[in-house]
Design a protein around this ligand. Structure first.
Ligand code: SF4
Ligand code: SF4
Length: 437
């Protein structure tokens, strides 16, 4: 059932007066935003971005009827299809646009067949994030970990060269990870170099090193930290990671106090589902901004984790209900899974494959080459620019070989058709359907 927002009519009227149409479908937890005919497109776009940011934590938001290049930072929200009987044309940006294969182009006589065309920019002509795996070494021995053991580490000149290349390409985010990045003596200088270059700086850590001095020194250079959380008490921490829970709690509180965005991340397991209330209450006590849950992925060699981490679609459905029913912290299933496994009203809690499989970011392996994701260890070469244009990455992120149901699906840009790494683990090739489809 579609209906307007009761109690929000004044807001809707104000949006419409400034060129933005808004339709809420409460039963689906879905909002459609659109550019109204005759609107000032530049002004309406600012408002659309603001509305999107405000609504996204609560609804699945679709940008209806505008090409993704109108709001390239929100490309995954675009719902733009060829309309029967209309004619379309291409512009220069289409040649560098990641969505060119799905998009019909611009509509003849439409809002962008004129001066507003200059507002358009291609979608993802470069990665939005550079991920630097400083080292493969780790202080923990987590049962779920996909990091391969290796002595390889990035050098400072290699890190700086990657940062320079990323800057020149227009990459905005830089993430430091590992192994455990706080084991790298280069982390402080690498963080400072990224900060000086103006990047938004993210760090993934297990926060389990008994070196509060390192966390205290690094915190002012970090915009966004993600801490892995695999246990809700000391005994479980020892069993699942070998770490000291008291040390971890102290470091997490230190990071929470000093870093603007503090996230927690938990690889989903049968134990997590059974013990969800205790994990949730810990995440709330730690004042996490976001709690991310991950579908277990295979390691770099394609081995799937057994036992507690061997999940089935029914587990994802249960987890999705639990995530959707969690008011605080905001709880998301943050890696690839077919969105159509869960009811539409819960899909706003699933981030799909955007951050994996080479869709929006590339990872610099400690051995010095770029690869599509943590667990797809295909060598894409030593240059970020060349890796982004590599035929292999393009093939990996292409929509062409997805099942026909995916290609026609309105959720495609949010979901991206599930996991390539798990397709490989199940079928021996990345270019197959997700085994949960
Ligand atoms: S293919 Fe062209 S028209 Fe379509 S979103 Fe990309 S730049 Fe815009
Ligand atoms: S893109 Fe495919 S896997 Fe994803 S929701 Fe649509 S049909 Fe399902």
């Amino acid at each position: 059932m579609e209906q307007g927002v009761t109690g929000g009519r004044a807001t809707l009227a104000a949006l419409e007066a400034r060129g933005v149409g808004c339709r809420i479908r409460p039963s689906l937890s879905e909002v459609g935003l659109r550019l109204l005919p005759g609107a000032d497109a530049a002004e309406a776009r600012e408002l659309l971005y603001k509305a999107l940011n405000g609504l996204e934590p609560h609804f699945s938001v679709f940008l209806e009827g505008v090409p993704a290049c109108f709001m390239p930072d929100a490309w995954d929200h675009a719902l733009y299809r060829k309309a029967p009987g209309r004619r379309y044309f291409r512009i220069g940006a289409c040649a560098r646009c990641r969505l060119a294969a799905l998009c019909p182009g611009l509509e003849r006589g439409g809002p962008f067949d004129g001066p507003a065309k200059k507002l358009l920019a291609p979608v993802l002509p470069a990665p939005s994030e550079l991920v630097l795996e400083l080292t493969k070494r780790c202080n923990l021995r987590c049962r779920l970990c996909f990091a391969s053991d290796s002595a390889a580490s990035l050098t400072l000149p290699r890190i700086k060269a990657a940062l320079r290349e990323a800057k020149a390409l227009g990459v905005r985010n830089v993430r430091f990870t590992g192994g455990e990045p706080f084991l790298s003596p280069l982390l402080p200088r690498a963080l400072a170099a990224a900060k000086d270059a103006g990047f938004y700086v993210l760090v993934n850590t297990n926060a389990a090193l008994d070196r509060p001095d390192l966390f205290r020194k690094a915190a002012p250079l970090i915009d966004n930290v993600l801490v892995s959380l695999q246990a809700a008490d000391a005994a479980a921490e020892r069993a699942s990671t070998g770490g000291d829970f008291a040390v971890k709690l102290r470091n997490m509180r230190l990071l929470r106090a000093k870093v603007p965005v503090f996230r927690l991340g938990t690889v989903a397991s049968k134990n997590l589902i059974a013990d969800f209330p205790r994990f949730r209450s810990l995440a709330a006590r730690l004042k996490a901004d976001i709690w991310e849950l991950y579908r277990p992925m295979p390691d770099g060699r394609g081995a799937v984790r057994p036992g507690d981490f061997d999940l089935a679609p029914a587990h994802l459905k249960r987890l999705s209900k639990l995530a959707a029913g969690t008011a605080a912290p905001r709880t998301l299933i943050a890696n690839p899974a077919p969105l159509c496994l869960v009811p539409p009203a819960e899909r706003g809690h699933l981030l799909g494959a955007a951050f994996d499989d080479g869709h929006t970011r590339l990872v610099l392996d400690p051995r010095g080459f770029f690869k599509p994701s943590y667990y797809i260890e295909e060598n894409l070469g030593k240059s970020l620019k060349a890796a982004w244009s590599a035929p292999y990455r393009k093939k990996l992120t292409s929509f062409r070989w997805l099942p026909a149901g995916c290609r026609g699906c309105r959720w495609l840009l949010k979901c991206l058709g599930g996991s390539r790494a798990l397709a490989k683990a199940a079928s021996g090739t990345y270019f197959a359907g997700d085994p949960w489809l």
